[in-house]
Design a protein around this ligand. Structure first.
Ligand code: NAP
Ligand code: ZN
Length: 362
């Protein structure tokens, strides 16, 4: 039992990693009572983000074990605090990466909670009461309602789960770069995984020409035929990379490992922007020449604010955008994490937390 949550009273079954081997085992822990600002959620599904893999293996050196990962959570509200007006029992809801923020700073006030310097994550964070947060690889969650969104009725709760992190991360980057309402641009997506495949879908929904830049030639057919990509460049194919020089207005880089940004920057037109959203543990190589000769910019962003997360969900409802998922049972989490590490997933694992019950709620 975690020592950090002495005042927590609700016993919850979940799955945790206990050391950098990253091996996940069943884990019983406690959560707080439902407070006046909280909603309690019966978790139905939770996506497996590459960030979970970084955390369970302590890639970034910040993991507080035992860690219960999971920040792509969908479920059903079972309790509502007295201050909560926007949710009721039975609502289908989603929770992403954010557990708490200061609520007072300029970023919280403008619903950019993701840039609050007191930001606390849904797992491996420290909540207001001093307890360590535990994520969605568990049967139940108590969440402050300010960090919860409504799910569109027309979308599957399983295929919606990864939108809570992968979806909002790429949506915010596109929005931040004026690509949600100005169609006809040429955009590139580097890395066709969880984030990358949703980026293609948003790119197409917003009317752009989308080029995938990938290390996996085997993903080309599917990228074109099922995800709607217009073009596909294999990043180690020098001829293809050369042909792509100065063709793109904007590139979103989602590659979860160290790589050089030089060859990618060459694909941008003069004045183009590379938005980096991945989080490799090692610094990236950033050569000066492709930057200065093309007046190009490199920027980064982390997830999105809560208002934007709801907006993204509503956009997904409107365009029928969900994720391509492989649903697994909790006892397959270790296998799924190993396959994710080997780049063997099309394109997101989602854990069926509630088992049989999930079949009834789609
Ligand atoms: P993912 O599903 O594993 O996709 C990453 C893709 O990168 C792979 O499918 C692969 O695509 C490509 N890749 C090429 N070489 C790789 C290598 N050596 N190791 C891993 N991937 C390689 O991961 P994800 O869940 O989309 O997350 C991507 C990154 O974004 C992670 O670092 C994650 O922590 C980070 N992230 C950041 C935010 C944020 O807010 N900024 C939010 C969520 C996740 P190809 O086969 O096409 O080359
Ligand atoms: Zn994530």
């Amino acid at each position: 039992m975690a020592q950090t949550t002495p005042n927590h009273t609700q016993t919850v079954a979940g799955w945790a990693a206990h050391d950098p081997s990253g091996k996940i085992t069943p884990y019983i822990f406690k959560r707080r009572e439902n407070g006046v600002d909280d909603v309690t959620i019966k978790i139905m599904y939770c996506g497996i983000c590459h960030t979970d893999l970084h955390h369970v293996r302590n890639d970034w050196g910040i993991t507080m074990y035992p860690v219960v990962p999971g920040h792509e959570i969908t479920g059903v509200v079972t309790k509502v605090g007295s201050n909560v007006k926007s949710f009721k029992i039975g609502d289908k809801v989603g929770v992403g990466c954010i557990a708490a923020s200061c609520l007072k700073c300029e970023f919280c006030k403008s619903s950019q909670e993701n840039y609050c310097d007191q930001l606390q994550f849904v797992y491996n964070g420290i909540f207001w009461d001093g307890s360590i947060t535990y994520g969605g690889y568990s049967e139940m969650l108590v969440a402050d309602h300010r960090y919860v969104v409504h799910l569109p009725e027309n979308l599957s709760m399983a295929a919606t789960a990864p939108l809570l992190c992968a979806g909002i991360t790429v949506f915010t980057s596109l929005k931040d770069n004026n690509l949600t309402e100005s169609p006809g641009k040429k955009i590139g997506v580097v890395g066709l995984g969880g984030l990358g495949h949703v980026a293609i879908k948003f790119g197409k929904a917003f009317g752009h020409h989308v080029t995938v830049i990938s290390t996996s030639p085997s993903k080309e057919k599917e990228a074109r035929e099922f995800l709607g990509a217009d073009d596909f460049i294999v990043s180690f194919n020098e001829e293809q990379m050369k042909a792509g020089t100065r063709t793109l207005d904007f590139i979103l880089d989602t590659v979860a490992a160290k790589h050089s940004l030089g060859p990618i920057l060459e694909l941008l037109k003069v004045n183009g922007t590379l938005s980096f959203v991945a989080a490799p543990d090692k610094p990236l190589e950033l050569p000066a020449f492709p930057l200065i000769f093309g007046k190009r910019s490199v920027k980064g962003s982390i997830i999105g604010g809560m208002k934007e997360t709801q907006e993204m969900m509503d956009v997904c409802g409107k365009y029928n955008i969900t994720c391509n998922i492989e649903v697994i049972k909790p006892d397959q989490i270790n296998e799924a994490l190993d396959r994710l590490a080997r780049n063997d997933v099309r394109y997101r694992f989602v854990i069926d937390i509630a088992g049989e019950d999930s079949a009834n709620i789609h």
